[in-house]
Design a protein around this ligand. Structure first.
Ligand code: PLP
Length: 429
């Protein structure tokens, strides 16, 4: 039965969901592949993928079968002191795909908890209390994760934050990256006499929340080299970029950077909540027994879904598919950049962002909101990102076809025309 708007508004007010686009958002009742549908029968192309989670698509049959089998086993919870066989198998398969000597795993219930675990592991290992992180970085909303996130949003006034964090510039895609890399390298390896020692460096290979900020080649390598030579653990946050999103199982594979700790979440659980830290043995075992646990860490259903999603990703070669999606997206660049509202179109794999500009006295964030709303009215779900919410994120499931990418880009073009007419009058062309 359709949900009436009063019921929805009540749910919004008691369940603290916030939807920034309109007071009348769609309420979904089913999903399949790249599409979500409402009970009224309206279907949307999902290019938000639940904030970059649904990499293997909605209602993926392999994931559903694995979840059903796990439910049938009678184990829906085992707690942090025992392993269910499904968890052991998941860990085993993860170890086979992880880079370098990341041989020790610690499960979490979500991405923020994975960040917290990594921070604590580094603090126990080094004895230091200060982190180096990057402008625009986002690592979660719990207090420790917030401390190392530059993007604190409306929590910015809650400081002082702990652990102490020094922020250095993350290059944007138009930057040559050399000066950002030099600043980071200096901050890691040439610490002034009174500067506190570093417990770790935390960085995203591509910043999603900051609006798909892609550092130039060589930036991550320079940061990783400086960290390694200085004996400072490098935490690579692949919570968004992992599991094929950028066209590689992990984005670090494209740069050859192997971190000391790798953070996973989002798509890792095949649509179910979960997080994971993979790290080098000596860092992950430096803490005393009992230093970290949580009751639901890696839920058995998440392990079943995550294992099925990982296998599907590999069997169907969705990393190659994400690289194809990148070329399909790229072929729409000229059309999308022709709009006077567009500032930049950038991305990697199945992770693209359309940055909007301020026009006619309307802020870039508002132009992006209006464009995303117009896209929503055309049946396209997009993802809000950018430090000023000025970027329309397009993050489809990795199973999206060329036709679906073209369809989505067509809807974005139409949305841009609508907003352009509204803000600037009839387009001249
Ligand atoms: C790069 C990155 N790290 C950490 C997080 C936090 O993950 P979660 O929302 O599951 O706590 C996010 C979420 O958007 C993220 O994009």
């Amino acid at each position: 039965m359709p949900i009436d708007s009063d019921t929805f508004r009540r749910a919004e007010s008691v369940a603290t969901k916030t939807f920034s686009l309109s007071a009348d958002p769609p309420i979904f009742s089913s999903g399949s592949g790249v599409r979500l549908s409402t009970s009224e029968g309206r279907t949307y192309l999902d290019f938000a993928a639940g904030s970059g989670v649904s990499n293997v698509g909605h209602g993926n049959p392999a994931v559903l079968a694995a979840v059903q089998a796990q439910l049938q086993s009678g184990i829906t919870h085992i707690g942090p002191h025992f392993h269910a066989s499904v968890q052991a198998r998941f860990f085993e398969e993860m170890l086979q795909v992880l880079p370098g000597d990341l041989t020790r795993l610690h499960p979490a219930t979500n991405g923020s908890e994975a960040t917290e675990i990594a921070l604590k592991a580094c603090m126990h290992y080094t004895g230091a209390r200060t982190f180096l992180a990057f402008t625009g970085g986002y690592h979660g909303r719990t207090l420790g994760a917030l401390a190392v996130s530059h993007a604190k949003g409306s929590n910015a006034g809650l400081g002082p934050f702990s652990p102490a964090t020094e922020f250095v510039p993350y290059p944007d895609s138009n930057d040559d990256g050399d000066s950002a890399a030099a600043t980071a390298v200096r901050s890691i390896s040439r610490r002034a006499g009174d500067a506190p020692p570093l417990a770790g460096v935390i960085v995203e290979p591509i910043q999603a929340t900051a609006g798909v900020a892609i550092p130039p080649a060589g930036f991550l390598e320079a940061v990783a080299t400086a960290a390694r030579e200085s004996g400072v653990p490098l935490i690579l946050d692949e919570i968004f970029t992992g599991f094929g999103r950028t066209g590689h199982l992990f984005a670090c594979r494209s740069s050859g950077v192997i971190p000391d700790l790798l953070l996973m979440g989002k798509s890792m659980g095949g649509g179910f909540p979960g997080g994971l830290v993979a790290g080098r043995e000596e860092i992950m075992s430096a803490w005393p027994r009992g230093a970290q646990s949580s009751t639901f860490q890696l839920h058995p259903v998440t392990a079943a879904a995550g294992r099925a999603a990982l296998r599907y990703l590999i069997d169907q070669d969705l990393c190659a598919r994400a690289r194809l999606i990148e070329t399909w997206f790229a072929s729409h660049r000229a059309a999308l950049c022709a709009s006077p509202l567009t500032r930049e179109w950038r991305g990697a794999g199945a992770m693209f962002g359309l940055e909007l500009r301020s026009v006619a006295g309307v802020s870039c964030g508002e132009v992006a909101r209006l464009t995303r709303l117009a896209a929503l009215h055309r049946g396209l779900l997009t993802w809000e990102c950018g430090t000023r919410s000025e970027v329309m994120g397009l993050m489809p499931p990795l199973i999206a076809s060329e036709r679906e990418v073209a369809d989505a880009c067509g809807r974005v073009r139409d949305a841009l025309s609508e907003v352009e007419t509204r803000l600037l009058g009839e387009p001249a062309r």
